[in-house]
Write a protein that binds this ligand. Structure first.
Ligand code: 3HC
Length: 703
C-alpha cells in the first residue's frame, strides 16, 4: 500500500484500488488530482496490476472540485487528472457510492467503466455555481449519452439517481451496495483483458445524433427560453455542447477551458459560490453544544386549518409525517380538511401527483376538535388568526395538554414570540415557525427565537423544517421578524417613491431587470393591498411616528385591492395580469401628489434600485445590531428563498458589498439629511465604515 495526500493506493487481486479520502465529501482539494495521477503512474508501471478501481472513502465518490479553490491558482486542473484516467494503459473502473458531482462525475466519465451502488447519485451542478463542467464534462457527457440529454442535465444541475444513470448509459452496472469495493474489484478483474478499452472521448454518439437530426444545432440553441437563459454561463454551456457535435475532442476541451477562465472570475459565479456556502451556514445553530443531536419530529399537530394551517399540514404529510389538525368547530374542521384535500387534488389534476400518492398522504391527516388528541405529538404549530388574544388562549390550552418536551411553535408572522411563551409554564419550548404563503409551495421557513427559547428547541425546530424540505433560517423576535422586517423597508421606499413622481411600472421594470421574477407592485397585487393596509393601521396605532403611505392607502380606500378585485397597481382580466400599464392609475397618483404638495422629480433606474435596496440593507444592519438575526449571510438566504432575490446577485448583503460600504454609507447619510429619520444610518454601518469589514461576513454579537 502507498500513501499520497488524500489519496490511497493499494493492490488487491491484481487490481490497483485508488481511494480518494478527503473528508467531508471527497472534493478535489489540493493534492487529490495529483494523488490520482501518481497512483495511475505507479499502477501502470507495476506488472502485478492489470486494472484499476477509482473510489471514494466514506459516503461519497467525489463531490467535485473544491469550491473554495476557485479564483485561486490550481497546479493541476480537473481535465488533466481526467485525461490521465482516460489515457491509462490499464482499464479504470469508477466505483460510485453516494455523490459523484461536477469534477467527480467528470473523473468517472473519463474512466473506462462506471459501476455504482443503488444509492449512487451523479450530476454536473456547475451551472448552479456560475461555471461550467470544464474537466471535459460538456464533451464527454455529450459523447456518452447524446447532446440533448447532456445539455438538459448540465443546465438543470440536477442529481440523477443510479437507476436513471444506468438507463441513460452513464453507469454500466449497478452493483452490490454492501460491498461496493469488492464488487468493483470483481468487475475490474472481469474486464481487465478486454481491448480496445472504451474511451468516452472517442465515442461518436454526438455525431450520430447530429446525423439523425439535422436540426440538432437549433434544437440545442433553443434549449432554454429567453426568460430562463439570462446568465452568461447558460450561453457558454450551450456553445460547448454544440461544439461536441462538430469540433474534435481536444478543441472542445479548449473551448471549455476558455469559457471557464472567464466564468470563474465573473461576478455571477462569485455570488453563486457565496450562496452555496451561505446555504450551508444557515443550518448551523449558534451556541449549540457540539455533541447535541436534535431528535426528529415524528408527529405534528396543527391548530387552525385556514390557508396557512392547511398548507403546513400538506408539507408534513408530503414527507410521511402524521398530522393532527385541530379546529374550533365541526364546520371549520370540515372546511379545513376539504381545503387540504383540494390542495392535493389540484396537484393530481396537474399531473404532479398520482391519485394513490394523494390517498396515502390524506391517510396521514386526522382532524379533531379536542386539544387532548394533540397531547402525544412531538410538535404543535399554532396557525390561527393573527390576533393576540386568540393566540394566548391557544397556548394556554397547549401548555395544559402537550407532553413534556413537545415543541410549541407559532406560525405568527409578526407577534412577539414572548407573548405566547408567557402563557405557558415552559417558555423554553416555545418558538416561532414562520412559514411563507403559500406554505406548501414556498421554500422558506423562519424559526423565531423568543427570549427564553432553549437552543436545543431551536435546533429541533430547524431540523424539523429541514426534514420537510424547507430552507430553515433563524430569526429573533421583533415586529415582522428578520425576513419581512428587512423587506418592509424596500416596500415602504417603493411606495414613497410614488409620492415623488415615480411610476410603479418603472419601479417594477427596474427590479425585474435586476433579476427579480416580479417587481414589488406586482407582488403587492398578488398578496392584496388590503393586507398591508391593515398591518400599517396596526403599526400606526402602536407608533406615533409611523410614516403614512398615502398612495397605497388611497388605492385601498378606492377599492383597488389587487388581483382579487381585478384592479390594484395593474389590471386583471380572466385571472391574469394585463401587461400594459393601467391608464387609470397614474392620474390618481398624480392628483394625490398634488394634494400632498410633494415636489415631483424624474428618477433614474440606478436611483430607484438604490433607494429600494439601500433602505433594506440599512434595516438589515439594524436587525443584526439588535441581535434579531445571527449572520448577514442568513439574511441573504432569506431574501433568495423568501422574496425571489436573484440568486446570481448573492443576496441583499452580498450585493451591498459589491456597491461598497463607503458608497452605501455616503448615500444613506445624504438621504438621512434630506428625508429624515427613516434613513438614519444603522450604528453597525457606521462601525463598518471605520473597521473596513464587509457586510456579508457580519455576525451579530447580540444574538
Ligand atoms: N467544495 C468544497 N466544500 C464542499 C464541497 C465542494 N465541492 N461540497 C461540499 N462541501 C462542504 C460543505 O461546504 C460542507 O462544509 P461545512 O460542513 O463546513 O459546512 C460540507 O462539505 C458538507 O456539505 P453538505 O452540508 O452540503 O453535505 P450534504 O451531505 O448535505 O450534501 C453534497 C453533499 C450533495 C455533495 C453537497 O455538498 C454538494 O452539492 N456539494 C457541491 C457539489 C458541486 O457543486 N460540485 C461541483 C463543484 S465545481 C466542479 O467540480 C468544477 C469542475 O467541473 C471543474
Amino acid at each position: 500500500m502507498s500513501e499520497f495526500q488524500n489519496v490511497r493506493f493499494e493492490k488487491i487481486g491484481g487490481v490497483g484500488v485508488i481511494t480518494v479520502d478527503n473528508p467531508p465529501v471527497n472534493a478535489l482539494g489540493p493534492g487529490v488530482r495529483e494523488g490520482v495521477i501518481e497512483a495511475l503512474r505507479l499502477g501502470n508501471e507495476d506488472p502485478e496490476v492489470f486494472a484499476f478501481v477509482l473510489m471514494g472513502q466514506g459516503k461519497n465518490f467525489i463531490a467535485g472540485a473544491d469550491i473554495r479553490q476557485f479564483g485561486k491558482a490550481r497546479p493541476v486542473s480537473t481535465h488533466v487528472s481526467a485525461k490521465a484516467l482516460e489515457s491509462s494503459q490499464k482499464p479504470v473502473v469508477a466505483a460510485i457510492n453516494g455523490f459523484a458531482l461536477g469534477g467527480g462525475l467528470e473523473h468517472a466519465l473519463a474512466c473506462h467503466y462506471r459501476v455504482g451502488s443503488p444509492s449512487a447519485r451523479v450530476g454536473l451542478p456547475e451551472v448552479k455555481l456560475g461555471i461550467l463542467p470544464a474537466g471535459g464534462g460538456t464533451q464527454r457527457l455529450s459523447r456518452l449519452i447524446g447532446p440533448e440529454l447532456a445539455l438538459e442535465i448540465i443546465l438543470s444541475s440536477r442529481h440523477i439517481a443510479a437507476k436513471e444513470a444506468l438507463d441513460l448509459g452513464i453507469l454500466d452496472e449497478i452493483v452490490d451496495a454492501k460491498d461496493l469495493k469488492s464488487a468493483a474489484i470483481e468487475f475490474a478483474q472481469k474486464i481487465s483483458a478486454l481491448r480496445p478499452m472504451p474511451r468516452t472521448s472517442e465515442k461518436m454518439t454526438c455525431l450520430d445524433a447530429a446525423r439523425a437530426n439535422p436540426q440538432m444545432l437549433s434544437l440545442l440553441d433553443n434549449a432554454l427560453s429567453q426568460k430562463t437563459r439570462r446568465l452568461r454561463v447558460h450561453d457558454c454551456v450551450i456553445e460547448c455542447v454544440k461544439a461536441s457535435l462538430f469540433m474534435d475532442f481536444e478543441e472542445g476541451l479548449n473551448l471549455e477551458r476558455t469559457h471557464m477562465a472567464e466564468l470563474e472570475n465573473s461576478a455571477d459565479s462569485k455570488a453563486l459560490r457565496y450562496v452555496f456556502f451561505a446555504e450551508r451556514e444557515v443550518k448551523k445553530v449558534p451556541h449549540l453544544p457540539p455533541d447535541y443531536e436534535p431528535s426528529r419530529v415524528a408527529s405534528v399537530a396543527i391548530v387552525g386549518a385556514g390557508t396557512m394551517g392547511s398548507g403546513i399540514a400538506v408539507c408534513f404529510a408530503d414527507r410521511g409525517v402524521p398530522v393532527t389538525v385541530l379546529e374550533a368547530s365541526p364546520e371549520n374542521l370540515e372546511r379545513g380538511l376539504a381545503k387540504i384535500a383540494g390542495l392535493y387534488a389540484a396537484r393530481v389534476k396537474s399531473g404532479k401527483l398520482t391519485q394513490s400518492a394523494m390517498d396515502e398522504a390524506l391517510k396521514l391527516i386526522q382532524g379533531t376538535l379536542n386539544y387532548t388528541d394533540l397531547a402525544q405529538c412531538d410538535a404543535v404549530i399554532e396557525a390561527v388568526f393573527e390576533r393576540i388574544d386568540l393566540k394566548k388562549e391557544v397556548f394556554t390550552q397547549l401548555d395544559a395538554v402537550m407532553k413534556p418536551g413537545a415543541l410549541l411553535l407559532t406560525n405568527s408572522s409578526a407577534i412577539d414570540i414572548n407573548t405566547m411563551a408567557q402563557c405557558t409554564k415552559r417558555p423554553h419550548d416555545v418558538a416561532g415557525a414562520h412559514f411563507f404563503a403559500p406554505a406548501n409551495v414556498m421554500k422558506l421557513c423562519e424559526i423565531v427565537k423568543g427570549d427564553q427559547t432553549s437552543v436545543e428547541v431551536i435546533a429541533r425546530a430547524m431540523k424539523m423544517g429541514g426534514d420537510i424540505g424547507k430552507v430553515t433560517v433563524l430569526s429573533g423576535t421583533c415586529d415582522g421578524f428578520a425576513a419581512n422586517r428587512s423587506r418592509a423597508a424596500l416596500v415602504s421606499e417603493a411606495m414613497l417613491l410614488l409620492e415623488e413622481g415615480a411610476s410603479p411600472y418603472h419601479i417594477d421594470q427596474v427590479m425585474r431587470e435586476f433579476g427579480y421574477p416580479m417587481g414589488p407592485f406586482a407582488v403587492s397585487d398578488l398578496s392584496g393591498l388590503d393586507v398591508s393596509y391593515d398591518t400599517r393601521k396596526r403599526r400606526a396605532a402602536a407608533n406615533p411616528n409611523f410614516r403614512k403611505l398615502h398612495v397605497p392607502d388611497h388605492l385601498v380606500e378606492l377599492g383597488r385591492h389587487g388581483q382579487k378585485t381585478k384592479l390594484g397597481w395593474y389590471r386583471y382580466e380572466d385571472g391574469s395580469r394585463v401587461p400594459q400599464i393601467d391608464e387609470g392609475l397614474m392620474p390618481i397618483i398624480t392628483a394625490l401628489n398634488r394634494e400632498l404638495g410633494v415636489e415631483q422629480k424624474v428618477f433614474s433606474d440606478d436611483e430607484i434600485l438604490k433607494r429600494l435596496l439601500f433602505a433594506s440593507v440599512n434595516e438589515a444592519c439594524k436587525i443584526l445590531q439588535e441581535g434579531k438575526a445571527y449572520r448577514a449571510s442568513d439574511i441573504d438566504v432569506m431574501w433568495i428563498y423568501g422574496f425571489g432575490f436573484p440568486r446570481h446577485r448573492g443576496g441583499l448583503m452580498f450585493w451591498a458589498d459589491t456597491v461598497g460600504v463607503q458608497e452605501l454609507h455616503r448615500q444613506i447619510t445624504q438621504w438621512h439629511a434630506h428625508y429624515g429619520e427613516r434613513w438614519r444610518p444603522a450604528e453597525l454601518l457606521n462601525a463598518l465604515l471605520l473597521s473596513g469589514e464587509t457586510l456579508r461576513e457580519l455576525r451579530s454579537t447580540a444574538f
